[in-house]
Write a protein that binds this ligand. Structure first.
Ligand SMILES: *Cc1c(COP(=O)(O)O)cnc(C)c1O
Length: 456
């Protein structure tokens, strides 16, 4: 960084990744135009063979797996693939193989039960104070490990205006929603105007405190992150962008530039990574990825255990591998480089954090912990600690007007059993969609609470 700052500006052309031979003659202005990249994506066996030497498994995979999830690879990303090595970690993420046709016993079409938690099409309301909006089923390139492969690329469309209005009015009516997460598909394949329309509609709702965008465009199509897009996003802060990164080789000069533009506009960047067999299931690869992400101002956020979506068992690892990776990060490198490892629990269980065991034992007086080196230490707890809160400050008073939820609720109430039949669930029950007006019961703060005056 220091060195780059010292260089006189304009001396050297900005660094760029090498192009595959078929695109060497394309003028820079076209190559750097995201529309050109989108129009020239590889979508067939014949397209791929102009760039890669295919294995029989891949050739058959492209021929047959595309009935389940379409293929598209931007020329920019295709140029990063090793043309001769089918095990190239980037290639395996975008080139289908026949393994996708195998449906494992544990596989599910909709492992996260998103459809069940969808009160209006295109919106998933699973957690108390936030919603997920799926604004399009299109992506710049299609990840072969896509968790939403039941939907993605199927209709090739962006949410209609009418559908969007229904989503916005749902959020408008649900004043407990203070966080709107816009994903897909990939929201950044939409036009600036379309994205701005969405952001402005949500931003106009006084109870929506933050907006989030989930994307892989900075990795597959960094040319899309134009100064115009970034200037528009800047107008809708506080807005967070989370980017799907899986491998250190994805961090090219173009990706650095795209992330720098976003970060320079004051947009906080996070990463989401999927633990994938033969691609990044190695503590050394993962550590380097997380460190490099920090160097381009992307804060590692989640590391996901691969979901149970149909046809992706060949990408799945044991849960143990994720724990081993976290064990190799915490204490060994910058704390900011340690993502939260989660299993997105099947059946709509939501994200469950998984950690190595650090708390060894505990008594009233002591907590015995072990550190990353295996050193065991005793922390003495204060002798006369008792909870002194009178529950009479504004925060507590407002909170107590909401029904307590889940295990946290058990700590504050007389409830002795949680789970099983008749359980408390923040999810709408099956069939509630048919009843028309859906209430997500335990979330129901009667009014918008916890509003800091400064946020209004
Ligand atoms: C992941 C997810 C969110 C956001 O979860 P955070 O832990 O707040 O990042 C919200 N809704 C759904 C349905 C999700 O899957």
């Amino acid at each position: 960084m220091q060195r780059e700052l010292e260089e006189p500006p304009g001396d050297k052309p900005p660094q760029s990744s090498p192009r595959a031979p078929v695109w060497e003659a394309v003028p820079d202005n076209l190559w750097n135009d995201w529309h050109w990249q989108m129009r020239h994506r590889l979508t067939s066996v014949a397209d791929l063979m102009r760039v890669l030497t295919l294995t029989p498994e891949e050739e058959e995979g492209v021929a047959r797996a595309l009935q389940h999830l379409r293929m598209a690879i931007t020329p920019y990303f295709a140029s990063l693939l090793d043309p001769r090595n089918p095990n190239c970690p980037l290639r395996r993420q975008v080139v289908p193989t026949i393994h996708e046709l195998q449906v494992a016993q544990a596989d599910m079409a909709d492992p996260l039960s998103e459809d069940e938690h969808s009160p209006v099409p295109g919106l998933v309301h699973r957690y108390p104070d936030r919603v997920l909006v799926l604004v399009t089923d299109q992506c710049a390139s299609y990840c072969r490990h896509c968790t939403r492969r039941r939907l993605v690329g199927a209709k090739q469309q962006v949410m209609s205006l009418e559908q969007m209005n229904r989503v916005v009015s749902y959020v408008a009516q649900h004043t407990e929603v203070r966080d709107v997460l816009i994903s897909g598909g990939d929201p950044f394949i939409m036009s600036d105007r379309h994205i701005e329309y969405l952001l402005s509609r949500f931003r106009a709702l006084p109870h929506v405190e933050i907006l989030r965008l989930g994307t892989r465009v900075p990795v597959f199509l960094p040319q899309r992150i134009t100064p115009e897009l970034v200037a528009m996003l800047h107008r809708y802060q506080p807005l967070y962008v989370n980017i799907h990164f899986n491998h250190p080789a994805e961090i090219t000069p173009e990706v650095k530039e795209a992330c720098a533009r976003l970060a320079d506009a004051g947009i906080p960047l996070g990463s989401q990574t999927v633990l994938l067999r033969g691609i990044n299931d190695c503590p050394h690869i993962m550590k380097r990825l997380m460190q490099l992400l920090l160097s381009i101002r992307v804060r590692p956020y989640y590391l996901y255990q691969c979901d149970l979506s149909q046809g992706i068992e060949h990408f799945r690892t044991s849960v143990a591998k994720g724990i081993e990776i976290i064990e190799n990060l915490r204490g060994h490198t910058t704390g900011l480089a340690v993502p939260q490892f989660v299993i997105d629990a099947p059946g709509g269980g939501g994200k469950v954090p998984i950690l190595p065991q650090y708390l060894i034992s505990m008594s009233e007086g002591k907590a015995i912990v072990r550190n990353f080196e295996g050193r065991i230490c005793a922390y003495s707890q204060p002798e006369d600690y008792h909870h002194q809160c009178q529950n009479d400050c504004t925060y507590c008073l407002e909170e107590s007007r909401c029904r307590p939820v889940g295990v946290a609720g058990m700590l504050e109430s007389d409830q002795v059993v949680l789970g099983g039949e008749g359980r408390e669930s923040p999810a709408p029950q099956k069939g509630s969609r048919r009843q028309g007006s859906l209430r997500v019961e335990p979330l129901a703060c009667p009014v918008s609470l916890h509003r800091e005056p400064s946020l209004q």
